[in-house]
Design a protein. Sequence first.
Length: 217
Amino acid sequence: MDAFTTLIPRFAAAMLVTLEVSLLAALLGMAGGFVLNMLRLRFPGALAWPYRAYVWIVRGMPYLSQLMIVYFGLAVVGLTMTAVQATIVSLAFYSAAYFAEIFRAGWASIPRGQMEAVRAFGIGRWAAFRTIELPQAVAFALPLLANQVILVIKESAVASIITVPELTMTASDIVASTYTYIVPYAMLIVCYWLLTQSVALLAERAAKLIPFLRTTS
């Protein structure tokens, strides 16, 4: 028990780093994916091919290679970032492709007849988007969005390769200095479990608010 309690401060600090990197990357990726989907809907002819190319390329590459390009490759052309900044930027760029496809699926789930009725009744484009499209698309996409945020949290472990002091690097450092494996990696598992379960619980709470938002919008 003492072995666990002595490691709590180090893992608590590492969890904050993981949380900061993951949430910032997920929020930026979600915003980027949302904008990409909106642009695709607004300009289907001009942006259909660039959108597909971006999603195809990014999702076809391992995240580690993208992290290396951002952290080491951009430094060659004079754009230097800290390890944390490079992780956030690369993880946001990587996850935006997945978030964009989630939003695309959310909008595709809306029955076409509803939008035809909107035009027939003369409802404004912004009002239709705010009261009809957005609540339905978000309600459909919310479990997928939560799952993608959880995946972003797990992908952040790759940042240990460029010495970001997050959970995985902290566990590796403790193993290297103490030559004990079970306790550090057990703590690592518990920390990731707490983070991912927190996201799942928040998504569950948010899903219960969707009907309320529909009735009050």
